[in-house]
Design a protein around this ligand. Structure first.
Ligand SMILES: [Zn+2]
Length: 250
């Protein structure tokens, strides 16, 4: 009886949504909004809207992360520790010392992958070296529009190149010192007006509401673009499951 099975799935999803909402409410600002969004991404994986979600990227509340792992496992999803990634870049776009240092930093900052279909396991295992990932691969893994991921990759590369230029001001050409700074995640503040302009142009992100997508300029201008359609599907899922966002997410 597929309808009954479907209804059982929905009841399990609603229960998981209630637990995730309760856990997100316990998270103190400023991490509460991110916890709520990560919870919705997790529910989107369980609902089949998204192949993989990544938890623990950037600042995250550790207690919330433990709860989210348990809730994902209760939903029958696979929960695996792994290594995050940075966008692939042309060979000559970033110096070798910098690539090595970012790979070391990634390997030292584990993330949690949540997924349902075991076919993505090979892709996730391949990321463990700290290798960079192309836009098409990232878009497929996360269920994001390629246009948005490609634009975000272009901006990230420009931001990395600016960071390298600013690091040289601190450490000159001392490669070992430069690598230590990158591994420690040091991102120097721009000083000149021109640097600030470059920084602001590439560091700005424009999230599609109800998703973790950084939408591209095309999607931001298109009310029926790929990012908007995904945003509407996630919003509908949140509404259906009674997963109410904190006021500031709306
Ligand atoms: Zn887009």
């Amino acid at each position: 009886m597929p309808d009954a099975a479907n209804e059982t799935d929905r009841i399990r999803l609603r229960r998981a949504a209630a637990r995730l909402a309760w856990q997100a409410e316990r998270v103190a600002p400023p991490l509460d909004g991110a916890a709520w969004q990560d919870g919705l991404d997790l529910l989107a994986v369980a609902a089949g809207l998204k192949p993989v979600c990544l938890l623990g990227r950037g600042d995250i509340d550790p207690e919330w992360l433990d709860s989210a792992r348990a809730i994902a496992a209760d939903l029958g999803l696979a929960v695996r520790d792994g290594v995050g990634w940075l966008p692939a870049a042309p060979d000559d776009a970033l110096p070798r010392w910098y690539r090595e240092a970012t790979a070391t930093r990634l390997r030292g900052a584990p993330v949690v992958y949540v997924y349902e279909d075991s076919r993505v396991e090979t892709d996730i295992a391949a990321l463990a070296t700290g290798d960079r990932v192309g836009a098409a691969e990232e878009a497929a893994l996360l269920g994001y529009p390629l246009c948005c991921v490609a634009e975000h990759h272009t901006k990230t590369l420009a931001l990395e190149q600016l960071t390298i230029a600013l690091l040289a001001r601190i450490a000159g050409e001392d490669v070992e010192r430069l690598q230590r700074l990158v591994v420690a995640g040091v991102t120097p503040t721009p000083r000149e007006a021109d640097e600030w302009r470059r920084f602001e142009a590439v560091a700005a992100i424009d999230p599609e509401p109800f998703t973790s997508i950084n939408r591209c300029a095309g999607c931001a201008a298109d009310r029926d673009g790929p990012a908007d359609r995904i945003g509407r599907a996630y919003r509908a899922l949140a509404t259906e499951l009674g997963y109410t966002p904190p006021a500031k997410v709306l």
